[in-house]
Design a protein around this ligand. Sequence first.
Ligand SMILES: Cc1cc2nc3c(=O)[nH]c(=O)nc-3n(C[C@H](O)[C@H](O)[C@H](O)COP(=O)(O)OP(=O)(O)OC[C@H]3O[C@@H](n4cnc5c(N)ncnc54)[C@H](O)[C@@H]3O)c2cc1C
Length: 401
Amino acid sequence: MSTLFPMSPRTQALDAKLAAFMAEHVMPAEAVFAQWDEDPAHRWQIPPLLETLKARARDAGLWNLFLPDPKHGHGLSNLEYARLAERMGRSLIASEIFNCSAPDTGNMEVLHNFASAEQQARWLTPLLAGEIRSAFAMTEPDVASSDATNIGLPITRDGDDFVLNGRKWWTTGAGDPRCRILIVMGVTSPDAAAHRRQSMVLVPMESPGVSVVRPLRVFGYDDAPHGHVEMAFDNVRVPVANLIHEEGSGFEIAQARLGPGRIHHCMRLIGLAERALEMMVARARTRIAFGVPIGKHGMAQEAIALSRCEIEQARLLTLQAAAALDALGNKGAKDLVGMIKIVAPRMACAVIDRAMQVHGGGGLSQDHFLAQAYAGARSLRLADGPDEVHIAALARSMLKA
Ligand SMILES: Cc1cc2nc3c(=O)[nH]c(=O)nc-3n(C[C@H](O)[C@H](O)[C@H](O)COP(=O)(O)OP(=O)(O)OC[C@H]3O[C@@H](n4cnc5c(N)ncnc54)[C@H](O)[C@@H]3O)c2cc1C
C-alpha cells in the first residue's frame, strides 16, 4: 500500500466497509455466478443473486462511489475513488454490484456532464438507480477505430429525426438483457473539420432496426450475460432531441469520457494483479516440486519479487495520475493518464501470466480465476485505445516539450 498517497479518512472508512462487504458477499458469489453461467438454461440471463447484492450494497451506502458529484455519488475525488476501484478490481464481478462498472460509469458521466435535463431524467436517473444498463458504440468493424476520426457510421438528418445505418462491434454490455440505451458515435457533418464531423446520439435498444448480430469472444470468454457484441443499425430512427450536447461534439465528449475511466480501469487492474500475486505466493508456499515448495526455487522467487515491484510502480503512477487529474483536469493530466494506460494493462498481464505459470496447468483452466482475469487484462491493451496510440501521443508530447 502506498504511503505517498495516504487515504483520506472518508476513503479509509469506505474502503474498510467495502472490504468487509467484498469478503462477506462478493467473493462467495463468484462461484454462484460461474455455476449459473455454465448452465445452458441460464446463458445470457442475469443471476438473481446479482440484483440481491446490488440492493444490499445500496443499503450499505456503497453505491455510485465513482461519481464526483456529491448529489448522486459520494463527492469523492479521482484520487479517493482510485483506492476503492482497486478494492473492487480484485473480483471480476464486484464493480457492478456497487453500480461502478464500465461502460455504465463512463456513460453516466457523459449524461451527467453533457445531456439535457430531459435526457438525464429518462436515462441517467434509472442508470444511477441501477435499474437499467447501457452500452457505448464507437468501434466499427470496417475501419481502424483506434483513430476516432475514421468512425464513419452515418447519422443523417431527416426532418425531426436522425437516421442511422451501419455496423458497430465490441459494444460492451449490449448483450445484457437489462441494456436499454446505447450511446452511438457517428458522422453528422461529413464536410466539417476532422474532429468536428462526429456526434453522439442516444439510441434506445428497442428501436426498430437495432439488432445484435453476434456476441464476440475474448480468448473464448463471451463475458455473458453482458457480452461484447457486434451490432447492426438498419434505418434506425431517433428524434433529433436524442443528440447529446451539440452536433460535431462527438470527439470532445469521447475525450472527456476517457480521463476518469482510465484511472478506474487501471486501478481495477492493480487490484486484479494484487489478487493474482497473492494466489501466486499461496501456491508457491504449498505446492511441492522436486522435493521443495515451488517458492524455494529461484525462478518462482523472481516471478514473485518482480510482480511485487511492478504492482507498486503501477499503483504509484496511477495514483499520481489521479492526483494530477484532480488538480489539473483532463488536459493537464493527459500525459500521466496516457502513461498509466500504457503501464497498468501490461503490468497486469505480466503478473497474471506469472501466476498462471506458478499454478501449472490448473492456472489456465476454469478452476482458478486467472485465465479469465488474463483475458480481461489483455483486452485493456486495446479497449479505450491500443497501447501504440497512447505511446505515440506521449512521445509526441515529450518531443514537443
Ligand atoms: C474486450 C473489448 C471491449 C471493448 N469495448 C468497447 C466498447 O464498449 N465500445 C467501443 O466502441 N469499443 C470497444 N472496444 C474496441 C476497442 O476500443 C478497439 O478495439 C480499439 O480502439 C482499437 O480499434 P480497432 O480494433 O479498430 O483497431 P485498429 O484501429 O485497426 O488498430 C489495430 C492496431 O494497429 C496498431 N496501431 C494503431 N494506431 C497505431 C499507431 N498510431 N502507431 C502504431 N501502431 C498503431 C495497434 O497495434 C492497433 O492495435 C473493445 C475492445 C475489446 C477487445
